[in-house]
Design a protein around this ligand. Structure first.
Ligand code: ZN
Length: 433
């Protein structure tokens, strides 16, 4: 297997950590000097750049959350000169304003470098034809894979999303070898192919799937391989970090986080304490080289653990297990982030509804569905179907405005939904991953 950047990818652990420390010192110094926001945050946390003497000292730096990014709209967290900014992307914000992320030339370079290393690590190269079926545009998915594909000298087909018939034609006619997509879309494509009498395994050259953007499991990976002969490689990224960034190597056992680009910590989400390898907690990331939109100890909300044993591929860069859930109950439905708190907020606008509700996420065929079950107040309970349907319609419209996806609404009798002592379990996710 080729290695894209042997100098960095083959650094022994001690040297990699020395490099990380050097980069962390430089990055905190830049943030302290150039950004009033980070300066104030660090001052409040009682830490100065000079206090960072070892990597362990990173834990003295303050955390950031999504709220900081939202509050910073549009440019408060941007840290480069206006003239050095060469691109904007925006996150798929569900409430109010999205998060705007800016990039300098070096930021774009490091982004495609990161994916170029990953793609090379599991066997992609110049000979490959990669169809990118992620959204192009403000969302960072499509262009992330696009530039990385060009960087490794493979051929890119910027297919973007939709038009499955055309996607299939190109796979067949152009000899596509790899596809970047959500796992559910790849599965759907497989179904459409089957209906048309195309056997992906025999009739096409498609062998690699670059898959992410929604939760999925090893079971789904197996099924994709069994039905289509496509090996799925797990990808992790987020618009706050640049876009899709980190992937599994050929071992398909954990995602490598390039240590020169990101400092990864796993913390106890309740206490904020840094956890050791093998311990499950919330992922926290500090990007070590980002210029326009750096982030410091950003709490991703994703639950995972760091893997202890060295990867057989020989890379000493940290590895994480598959994402095992969310700290905040966020669910991803058709690529859109949905928080139960948004649903609650929306439902509470209707005086006919009580306080209890449930979200049921399912997957019908390839499509994720959301059912919102809400309890009526005793005084609003009626057997007048026309009245109830009109109410359902109003609730559904309001939800759609807030969530940007449509939900089925079911109204239930007062007192019929389960009650919880302590933290309510609002979400039932029945999707089979
Ligand atoms: Zn590896």
């Amino acid at each position: 297997m080729d290695v894209w950047n042997p100098h960095i990818e083959r650094l022994p652990k001690a040297q990699l950590e020395a490099l990380q420390l050097r980069l962390l010192k430089m990055q905190t110094r830049r943030m302290w000097e150039l950004s009033p926001f980070y300066h104030e945050r660090m001052r409040s946390a009682g830490v100065m750049p000079g206090d960072i003497k070892t990597l362990v000292d990173a834990k003295r730096l303050p955390f950031m959350t999504k709220k900081d990014l939202r509050d910073g709209y549009p440019n408060k967290l941007m840290m480069c000169d206006r003239g050095d900014l060469i691109r904007y992307h925006a996150s798929s914000g569900t409430t109010g304003k999205p998060t705007i992320v800016g990039y300098t030339r070096n930021d774009l370079e490091n982004w495609s470098e990161s994916l170029a290393r990953a793609m090379t690590s599991f066997g992609l190269g110049k000979k490959d034809i990669i169809q990118v079926a992620n959204t192009y545009g403000l969302f960072s998915g499509g262009l992330g894979f696009h530039y990385a594909t060009e960087k490794i000298g493979a051929t890119v087909i910027p297919a973007s999303t939709g038009n499955t018939d055309r996607q299939l034609d190109m796979i067949c006619d152009l000899g596509v070898t790899a596809m970047a997509a959500t796992p559910s879309y790849l599965m759907y494509l497989g179904e459409v192919a089957e209906k048309k009498g195309i056997d992906i395994r025999k009739d096409t050259k498609l062998r690699f799937g670059l898959l992410g953007g929604e939760p999925w499991s090893d079971r789904m990976r197996d099924r994709i391989y069994e039905t289509m002969g496509v090996r799925g490689f797990n990808c992790f990224g987020a618009s706050e970090l640049s876009g899709p960034l980190f992937m599994e190597c050929a071992e398909q056992n954990g995602i490598h986080f390039w240590g020169d680009l990101a400092l990864l910590e796993i913390i106890d989400p309740d206490t904020g304490e840094v956890l050791g390898p093998g311990q499950k907690g919330e992922m926290v990331i500090t990007m070590l080289q980002k210029e326009a939109f750096p982030i410091m100890r950003y709490r991703m909300g994703d639950i995972t653990s760091m893997m202890e044993e060295p990867c057989p591929c020989g890379r000493a860069h940290p590895r994480i297990t598959r994402i095992q859930g969310r700290v905040d109950d966020m669910i991803i439905i058709r690529g859109i982030n949905v928080f139960p708190s948004q649903v609650e907020h929306s439902l509470m606008q209707h005086t006919e509804l009580g306080n209890e509700f449930q979200l049921i996420v399912d997957r019908k065929g390839h499509l994720d569905t959301l059912l919102v079950r809400a309890e009526l107040k005793p005084e609003a309970f009626t057997d007048n179907i026309i009245e109830l349907n009109a109410l359902r319609e109003r609730i559904s419209n309001r939800l759609k405005n807030i969530l940007n996806i449509s939900a089925n609404v079911e109204l239930v009798q007062p007192g019929t939904l389960p009650r919880f002592e302590g933290k309510a379990k609002r979400v039932t996710d029945r999707r089979e991953y």
